[in-house]
Design a protein around this ligand. Structure first.
Ligand code: SB7
Ligand code: NI
Length: 188
């Protein structure tokens, strides 16, 4: 089970590396890693588990955040978020995206960043993605809204990119051209 002590923080070199492609059939180790990542995001949205294990809520987590430079991440949105999406993405890619952008009005946070970094993080508003599941089957899906933003946040982790790299350093809240603002009630 992944706990906060297993999550590496800003400054750790793994967070700045390009993670390696994963090969199929999945090794036992890689399968367990993928399942553990998904379990973390599920647990981190469960009040009892948060309390018991002192978890920080997150809608996603990527393998490099637990110091495994592999192209795997998990996302989970429960019904309360208005979405219903749970996925493991292995060797994920964005195959196409909208011209329109989107950003969270509250900015983004990261389990690997222990401070609030204010500012808008421009993302593609809509993306079409391809990824592999645990069985090595490729799937394709369209995402918009928070899931699209979270997918891009996690994919960035696999490429050594942090959310704050995208914030305008001169004016963190500068208007983003052709972008849809997205409000969110929690700070997951
Ligand atoms: C805000 C937060 C996340 C994604 C998009 C917007 C996820 C935060 C948890 N993570 O650090 C996952 O990498
Ligand atoms: Ni993150």
């Amino acid at each position: 089970m992944i706990l906060m002590k297993d999550i590496i923080r800003e400054g750790h070199p793994t967070l700045r590396q390009r993670s390696e492609e994963v090969s199929f059939p999945l090794s036992e180790e890689d399968r367990k890693l993928a399942e553990d990542l998904l379990q973390y995001v599920i647990n981190s949205q469960d009040d009892e588990m948060i309390e018991k294990y002192d978890l920080r809520p997150g809608v996603g987590i990527a393998a490099p955040q637990v110091n495994q430079a592999k192209r795997i991440f998990a996302l989970h949105f429960d019904e309360t978020s208005g979405e219903n999406l749970s996925l493991i993405a292995i060797n994920p890619k964005i195959v196409s995206h909208s011209v329109e952008k989107a950003y969270l009005t509250a900015g983004e946070g990261c389990l690997s960043v222990d401070r609030a970094i204010p500012g808008y993080v421009p993302r593609h508003a809509r993306i079409t993605i391809k990824a592999f599941n645990l069985e090595g089957e490729e799937y394709k899906m369209r995402l918009k809204g928070l899931p699209a933003i979270a997918f891009q946040h996690e994919l960035d982790h696999l490429n050594g990119v942090m959310f704050f790299d995208h914030i305008n350093p001169k004016n963190p809240f500068a208007e983003i051209e052709n972008a849809m603002p997205i409000g969110r009630d929690s700070d997951e």
